[in-house]
Design a protein around this ligand. Structure first.
Ligand SMILES: *[C@@H]1O[C@H](CO)[C@@H](O)[C@H](O)[C@H]1NC(C)=O
Ligand SMILES: *[C@@H]1O[C@H](CO)[C@@H](O)[C@H](O)[C@H]1NC(C)=O
Length: 284
């Protein structure tokens, strides 16, 4: 037994067997402390892992404009990446997974090897269950009036509110999701795709009992069409045109889609069994 421990110690010391550092970004209306169980669990199962649990955008600050948050998180992973030339792993939970993905795409020379999106509205959100914390009377059907406005775009949610029946307003007003998903082509579109295809592994995690991400398939880039049927990601323009490199990643076997039932939104990062199944296998 002691020989094994000694060997692990040596291997960690010389870095031969070291796990890559993990950078974590929390979800909306919470902070780094909400990810503590996940951090401790990683440290316990993969001893020696350096975990950076990002403590920016705490509480109400998580409602600030998406680009404002993305630019800071981009600089954060850039700095951490420089400290670890061997490469890093980034994990974002819920809104944090969308912001982290945008940060990676905004950093075409990053050294993020694996990005894990843990139940994040990657194709947008059209459901009010979590919004009721902030806007108790808001209905999805009229929310566009709030979000597709100059004021609404100051909030993070406004930037990824994707009303399937108001697509022209979404394209006109939304300053975030249509850009980062290359639905609106800008001078940055090419680098947004480069940042994505630079990944060795893109892990998209979500499931039908999430209860918050709506539709839950948005966690895999699938989304409602205008009759509110969910179109699978590989039948959507973003994939078929390879707008952000999802097709490239899939064909290179670098895209991993995980569908896990019976996990509520608040359990992905707090239930050790779930963490063991969907996260731990990708942290090496
Ligand atoms: C492109 O990205 C840069 C750097 O983040 C930003 O300042 C600029 O506004 C972006 N341009 C467009 C057209 O979105
Ligand atoms: C929406 O998607 C469903 C399922 O893919 C499809 O049967 C239906 O025709 C689509 N509706 C429209 C208006 O595109």
């Amino acid at each position: 037994m002691w020989i094994r421990s000694f060997l692990i110690l040596c291997l960690n010391f010389i870095g031969a067997n070291a796990y890559k550092p993990v950078v974590i970004l929390h979800g909306i209306l919470s902070g780094a402390e909400s990810m503590t169980l996940l951090v401790r669990h990683i440290e316990k199962l993969h001893p020696g892992t350096v975990v950076y649990n990002c403590d920016k955008f705490d509480g109400w600050y998580s409602l600030e404009n998406d680009w404002w948050q993305v630019e800071q998180f981009r600089d954060y992973i850039d700095q951490i990446g420089r400290l670890h030339p061997e490469g890093i792993i980034v994990l974002g939970y819920s809104q944090g997974g969308l912001l982290a993905r945008a940060a990676i795409q905004s950093l075409p020379n990053h050294n993020v090897k694996t990005f894990i999106s843990l139940s994040s509205p990657q194709a947008g959100q059209y459901g009010t269950s979590f919004l009721h914390l902030i806007f108790p009377d808001l209905a999805a059907i009229t929310a566009f009036e709030l979000f597709y406005s100059k004021v609404g775009q100051h909030t993070s949610i406004g930037g990824y509110w994707n009303d399937p029946r108001r697509q022209s307003l979404y394209m006109k007003y939304s300053e975030f999701l249509p850009l980062i998903n290359n639905e609106k082509i800008t001078s940055n579109s090419t680098s947004f795709k480069m940042g994505m295809v630079r990944l060795d592994k893109l892990v998209l995690i979500g499931g039908p009992n999430d209860g918050v991400i709506t539709p839950w398939q948005s966690s895999h880039f699938s989304y409602f069409n205008d009759s509110l049927d969910v179109v699978p990601f590989n039948k959507r323009k973003i994939f078929m045109d390879d707008s952000i490199g999802l097709k490239t990643l899939l064909e290179a076997e670098k895209l991993i889609i995980i569908v896990k039932p019976f996990v509520h939104h608040l359990s992905w990062h707090t239930n050790r069994k779930v963490i063991n199944q969907v996260i731990m296998p990708y942290l090496d």
